[in-house]
Design a protein around this ligand. Structure first.
Ligand code: HEM
Length: 99
């Protein structure tokens, strides 16, 4: 239909309008962003495990560790990854790579 963009005419695009490519090592995301996302997910799993343990046992003493693992580990790591993913030029800089 004229004037209507279908998924076929637009091609497969990611949420940022870039062509979406699926497959390991075949993404537009800067390389440096990936370790941040992966590390963040590891922290999230650990943080949620501690949260669930506190909830189930009723012993909330570990909440400072839980809060810091979730907020510093998962949230900040994912924020760094997101920043690098959205700023590919800056993600190439020495400081970002060293970080
Ligand atoms: C299944 C997931 C989660 C469970 C079962 C869970 C469970 C809990 C429990 C039982 C507490 C202790 C509450 C208290 O004694 O006052 C707590 C505290 C807290 N959680 Fe979670 N949590 C989960 C996910 C998260 C996530 C994803 C975040 C952050 C991104 C988070 C951040 C915090 C913070 C900041 C506190 C401290 C709150 C306070 O000072 O009272 N939690 N959580």
């Amino acid at each position: 239909m004229p004037g209507v963009t279908t998924s076929k005419s637009a091609g497969n695009r990611c949420i940022f309008g870039r062509p979406a490519r699926i497959g390991k090592g075949d993404s537009n995301m800067p390389q440096v962003a990936q370790p941040f996302f992966k590390t963040g997910i590891v922290w999230l799993i650990v943080g949620i495990a501690i949260g669930l343990h506190m909830g189930i046992s009723g012993d909330h003493r570990a909440f400072p560790a839980h809060a810091h693992i979730n907020l510093l580990g998962w949230v900040t790591s994912t924020l760094f990854g997101g920043y690098c993913a959205l700023n590919p030029a800056k993600a190439q800089r020495k400081l970002a790579v060293a970080h």
